[in-house]
Design a protein around this ligand. Structure first.
Ligand code: SF4
Length: 56
């Protein structure tokens, strides 16, 4: 299973990843956090991030 990496420096806390894929992303203190589960929707979240902070 692919691991998700979130670049906290790049993340602007828009919440798009959580909206698209709540299984894998959770907002925490204004930044996105990986839940530990790589959902099928993770790829979509990568594409939805406006600042390319997520890598699979
Ligand atoms: S979509 Fe990108 S910028 Fe927005 S909260 Fe998620 S990781 Fe951060």
């Amino acid at each position: 299973m692919a691991k998700i990496k979130i670049d906290k420096e790049k993340c602007i806390g828009c919440g798009a990843c959580e909206a698209v894929c709540p299984e894998s992303f959770k907002m925490d203190d204004g930044k996105a956090k990986f839940t530990g589960k790589t959902g099928k929707c993770a790829k979509e979240a990568v594409d939805s991030c406006p600042v390319q902070a997520i890598t699979l």
